[in-house]
Design a protein around this ligand. Structure first.
Ligand code: ADP
Ligand code: ASP
Ligand code: MG
Length: 521
């Protein structure tokens, strides 16, 4: 490179705008007024940054689509028609409120009507056959994002921000595991470089659908419930973004789920590792796989509040802030199942089943059940594993099938499960260095009469988990949050960083404090 070329290259680099991926979840695009806020956020950012947008379905839509699919399988034609009528109305109202040019409104309405017709045809087929395959369920449940992206893109164009809706079936290449497909990064990156990069270079904001992808053959897949966060980081890594911002209905990553602990506080900065543990162990604000695509690039990720965009939110960085370590936040998976495998399967020795532990883990992996915790008693009498309860039935069936040849002559059941448990997890860097945490935890739970069914510590320096009865999860989380003073620690940290300490309860008018954590959507 000549001196002059080098100078040009450097000045181009200086002029290059930073590139942000902004992901908006269901509540952020819940209705026309929410979408108008989102448009404003994007418009403001696009003045100083390149922006690529990822959207979820409008709030509640994915749940309704799944309901329609299930009702179709049950033969409830009227129920399905009612759901589609309601979804049409929800989208039509948003189109009417947001798009004022008649021609543009007509174009958009015709696009959305085409998508609704596709959804209804899929439900008709299901009604006829009374069979709902995972592939069809993906095609139906992925419609919400496909409806939302053109709406947001049109709303952006309406205010003068050039934009284009893109279905991620064009971008995200996955395997064919419907309902929880795994993306293939290299293929996805190549597609993004071809399709998205030129738009960004031309100053056009791509509005991409979260949640969905497609196999190499073009069959639509979904990444699993809540998967739009994963789409955002995957696409962020694929287009070499400088930042990914997850816009949601909370002021950031909080010290606990605000639905369980009203005093939860915003964490100003946290490491990838800690955020990944929180997400994996139930902090719904991030899909469990969100951090994966960023591990290599180290791209920072922010969690911010669509309804209070001026607040800084939480920054997630590869190493997090320099701190002494200790518990930073806690989280819970409410609906978990404890599977116990015992009897001759695990007795070892001549009469026992060899490799019981290895076969147990491999069987769970084969049905894509993430094992949250696993323990084995040293006398080899029992293996116990904890998984999300939605996966319990298929995991137990697979385990019974796996061990059935070994137990042909046994009359008792050796694989049993209890689906009324929850997993509570404490998360923080260098937890081993935080002396006394276990004792304080046990004492606090004991004082509330919460029975600890199982516990795992030691495999990770970043988390410690307990299994408790499901009915005690709220009291367990609230009492530990108090005992470990997580709210005041986070607040002090915010103040040290010159920021206002945002208590969960005061942060956003849109929060609904529900006694039960809501399902994804
Ligand atoms: P979106 O629609 O934006 O994807 P989600 O409903 O998937 O939003 O995730 C946001 C919700 O995650 C919040 O409303 C909150 O109840 C829940 N949540 C659980 N744990 C946490 C946590 N530690 N910090 C912030 N939010 C949390
Ligand atoms: N709409 C999808 C869901 O409800 C994906 C997402 O919101 O992230 O699960
Ligand atoms: Mg979500």
């Amino acid at each position: 490179m000549t001196h002059v070329e080098h100078k040009i290259d450097k000045s181009q680099a200086r002029m290059k705008k930073p590139l942000q991926v902004m992901k908006f979840g269901g509540t952020s695009v819940g209705d026309a007024s929410c979408i108008a806020r989102v448009v404003e956020i994007i418009r403001t950012a696009s003045r100083t940054c390149g922006v690529a947008v990822v959207v979820s379905a409008m709030g509640g839509v994915t749940n309704r689509l799944i309901e329609a699919a299930i009702e179709s399988k049950c033969g409830n034609e009227t129920g399905v028609a009612e759901i589609f009528a309601q979804l049409r109305k929800q989208h039509d109202e948003a189109v009417t409120a947001l798009i004022h040019s008649t021609a543009e409104r007509k174009r958009l309405q015709s696009k959305l009507h085409g998508l609704f017709a596709e959804g209804e045809r899929l439900c008709q087929g299901t009604l006829l056959l009374r069979e709902l395959t995972p592939r069809t369920l993906d095609a139906i449940s992925g419609l919400g994002e496909r409806l939302c992206a053109p709406l947001v893109a049109a709303a952006l164009s309406e205010v003068g921000v050039a934009s284009e809706a893109i279905e991620a079936t064009e971008l995200v290449v996955t395997d064919s595991y419907h309902g929880g497909a795994e993306p293939w990064f290299d293929l996805t990156r190549a597609r993004c470089q071809d399709r998205v990069a030129p738009l960004l270079q031309a100053g056009i904001v791509p509005v991409m659908t979260g949640f969905i992808g497609a196999t190499e053959e073009g069959v639509l897949t979904t990444l699993g419930r809540g998967g739009s966060d994963y789409s955002a980081t995957l696409l962020g890594a694929a287009i070499d973004a400088d930042e990914v911002v997850i816009w949601s209905d909370v002021p950031g990553l909080l010290t606990a789920d605000p639905r369980l602990v009203a005093e939860a506080c915003t964490i100003s900065e946290i490491s990838y590792r800690e955020a990944a543990e929180l997400a994996y162990f139930g902090a719904k604000v991030l899909h469990p796989k969100t951090l994966r695509p960023l591990m290599q690039s180290g791209i920072p990720i922010w969690i911010k509040n669509t309804f209070a965009p001026e607040e800084l939110g939480t920054k997630i960085t590869p190493t997090g802030p320099v701190s002494a370590g200790g518990v930073k936040a806690l989280t819970a998976i409410r609906d978990a199942a404890l599977i116990t495998i015992g009897g001759p399967i695990t007795q070892g020795g001549a009469q026992g089943v060899p490799d019981a532990l290895a076969r147990t883990v491999a069987t769970a992996a084969a049905v894509r059940a993430d094992v949250l915790l696993i323990s084995q008693s040293s006398s080899h009498n029992d293996i116990c594993l904890v998984i999300a309860s939605s996966l319990a039935k298929r995991t137990v069936e697979a385990l019974r099938h796996e061990f059935s040849p070994d137990l042909m002559h046994e009359k008792v059941e050796h694989t049993v499960f209890d689906s009324a448990v929850s997993v509570v997890t404490l998360v923080g860097q260098n937890m081993r260095a935080a002396f006394g945490t276990v004792a304080r935890t046990f004492a606090a739970l004991g004082q509330e009469n919460v029975n600890i069914i199982a516990t795992v510590q030691g495999s990770s320096d970043c988390s410690m988990s307990f299994v408790v009865p499901q009915q005690d999860v709220k009291i367990a989380v609230a009492s530990l949050h108090r005992e470990l003073e997580l709210g005041s620690l986070a607040a002090a940290d915010c103040r040290a960083n010159g920021r206002s300490a945002i208590a969960g309860g005061s942060a956003s008018a849109v929060w609904k404090y529900e006694s039960e954590p809501a399902t994804a959507d």
